[in-house]
Design a protein around this ligand. Structure first.
Ligand code: NI
Length: 178
């Protein structure tokens, strides 16, 4: 099965629409969102998606009640702060990744085949006993790059897919975000 992975959408509605187009083209059956959707109204972007959508909260997701309620209307399931997903014999951990030692502990602990995290907005695929995937950001303005990821559960192939560039915070303000 193909899993579409995205994170840190930060209210980028067109970005989510583009991500869903890519997922549709690639026959994605499950979508995992690793936090920071932000507004409950972002669920409208998922109105026509038939993929099984699971999400966790990020540190910027303020209206948790509204997010859970509104995403349920499009079949989306919020797994609170931490998701454990079993699919095709794989154990997947899904979390925003606000705390680095927690992410590292999950990767090193051997309990999961795949750990999916976001938060730092930098895409990464790290191979080891546990596969770590950070899809980067749908928002784009932190790094200047909009990306999502794809995971094939049969081959464990993980791919970062570019959705283009945009002005970064540094381009717009001269400030380097930390
Ligand atoms: Ni975050």
């Amino acid at each position: 099965m193909m899993i579409g992975i995205m994170s840190d959408s930060h209210d980028n509605f067109p970005g989510v629409i583009r991500a869903l187009e890519i997922f549709h083209e690639r026959n994605v059956e499950m979508i995992l969102h690793a936090g920071d959707v932000i507004a409950p109204g972002m669920r409208y972007a998922f109105e026509h998606s038939e993929a099984d959508l699971r999400l966790v909260y990020g540190n910027n997701d303020g209206d948790r009640v509204g997010l859970k309620r509104d995403f349920a209307r499009v079949g989306g399931k919020f797994l609170d702060d931490f998701g454990e997903i079993e699919v095709d014999g794989l154990k997947i951990a899904l979390l925003h990744g606000t705390y680095e030692p927690v992410v590292q502990g999950l990767v090193e602990g051997g309990r999961y085949d795949v750990v999916i995290r976001g938060h730092n907005h930098h895409f990464a695929v790290q191979r080891g006993e546990t596969l770590l995937i950070n899809p980067g950001e749908v928002w784009g303005h932190f790094t200047g790059r909009k990306t999502v990821a794809l995971l094939d559960t049969e081959t464990l192939d993980a791919e970062i897919v570019s959705m283009g560039t945009c002005p970064s915070i540094e381009d717009l303000t001269g400030l380097r975000p930390s």
